[in-house]
Design a protein around this ligand. Structure first.
Ligand code: DQA
Length: 142
């Protein structure tokens, strides 16, 4: 499978940002882990991170022109209010798994809701970096 892994705002600050919540690994560490797991299983992966909503939507749409087989998406704070990202995921019709490093259901009330999840095949939340490899496994089963 050709996979696109998209991370939203502030995830470029992994390692610096609230390490008690998000761990000490950097985004680069995380991407290396995902890449090694994906390539071992014969998949390709392309990584993208942005702090802006429009760029995330553009990358989701680009996955359509690339005929990607799956998207793994951590929309970060946009999860909780971006109908535009929900619509982008719906528009491309590519199986998408929503991933969160932390358990969004066990945190502040505003994080308990995802407006993106209903456009996705499923959501994985609270398993740190493992969530991304679990998402690859879920896409393999599609
Ligand atoms: C996050 C959870 C979001 O609530 C938060 O805004 C993030 C990261 C996670 O991976 O746990 O930026 O998506």
């Amino acid at each position: 499978m050709d996979l696109v892994i998209i991370n939203g705002p502030n995830l470029n600050f992994l390692g610096i940002r609230e390490p008690d919540v998000y761990g000490k690994e950097t985004l680069e560490d995380l991407e290396q882990k995902i890449k090694a797991y994906a390539e071992d299983r014969g998949h390709t992966c392309d990584f993208f991170q942005s702090n802006t909503e429009g760029s995330l939507i553009d990358r989701i749409q680009q996955a359509h022109s690339e005929q990607a087989d799956g998207i793994i998406l951590n929309p970060a704070a946009y999860t909780h209010y971006s109908y535009a990202i929900h619509d982008a995921v719906k528009s491309v019709g590519i199986p998408t798994v929503e991933v969160h490093l932390s358990n969004i259901h066990a945190r502040e009330a505003f994080r308990n809701k995802s407006v993106v999840a209903s456009a996705c095949i499923g959501q994985i939340s609270g398993f740190g970096a493992t969530g991304y490899t679990l998402a690859i496994h879920a896409l393999e089963e599609q």
